[in-house]
Write a protein that binds this ligand. Sequence first.
Ligand code: DSN
Length: 413
Amino acid sequence: MTDPYSEISEIVNNQNNWRKQCINLIASENATSPAVDKLLVSDFAHRYAEGLPGHRYYQGTKYVDDIEIYTSKLMAKLFNAKFAEVRILSGTQANMAAYASICKPGDTVASASIPCGAHVSHTRWGAAGFMNLKWRSLPFSVDSFNIDIEKASEQLKEEKPKLLILGASLFPFPHPVKELAPVVHDYGGKVLYDGAHVLGLIAAGFFQQPLKEGADLMTASTHKTFFGPQGGLIVTNDDDLFKKVQNNVFPSLVCNHHIHRLPALAMAAAEIEKFGKQYAQDVISNAQSLAKAMADAGFDVVKTSRGFTESHQVVVHVEKLGGGKNVAELCEEANIILNKNFLPTDKISPAVMDNPGGIRIGTQEMTRYGMGKKEMKQIAQLLKRLVIDKEPADKVKTEIIALRANFQKVGYC
Ligand code: DSN
């Protein structure tokens, strides 16, 4: 290596420059504001502060205490919760802290299956299985694209899983928290809501209010519809549960909680507090516009009696267009970034594992860059020309770069 700084910078610049020319429709990402970016780099990045404010195992932590208290209070306030745990580093880790606070090895958890939207950490293939929890999948209705309330109630009453996990990664419609929480509470179980995808919408008062509807705690990541730095979150109103969560976060799951995230997270929370309502409204209405425009253009978009979507997500069947893998790769060639996704109708086999039947699209990042209904229609047309009409990717890419060039500034801040 002759000049490591230049070589490393070149890779970073390649990423920055390329992504400025892309339309990013990955549903689990977002862009941070200049203020959040600026606050992410500070002396906090070099420090340790094991323990809790006022009870640390290190000296030199008085300002860590200040920022941790400030951030926790703001996050709790945003979700009308008594407590917020902000030291956890990711959504999966947040789920692990929740599982450890409620379950013992060998206990059963129940969630949707992965094709029906669950995050892998809810299941036997991810954190739940890793922690020696048994996993049961919940019945799902393809028609309502949601957990089947009646059948799930019966199953929960019969099997009495210690923990019901609601919330999802493929998540166009609110989950039945208020319908299923009483069933689980009746036999002494607990309800966890994984709000990673829809956290920004929930904070703004949209989609659903899981704690109010009966969830015992909500876990999340902080960088999807909630446009903060990458990290995790747990909120609850339950004193005992919160103490357990805190004790599981440290010393079990996190020693160094990457303190430099916290000022950036607090800033993002302040932005959500001020601009979140308008942002969430725009994200959802953009998702609905994009879904309709794609359906009008000939795509097989998931639609129920409630419409196409009530979140940032649009779900599309692409089995007849080459499958999720091929469609996602073709889109990437033209600078549209989205992901292949299992769908509830997929019959799992090695071929489907590689090339599932769907794609998942999210409008939260392009909304933050200022795109609206007009641009959603343009994106639907560009997708049609690329995926249905099979126009050359290079030709479509030129138009995508031109469209994106007009939307470079992060808004709602
Ligand atoms: N993998 C993320 C998603 O795309 O849903 C969540 O962790």
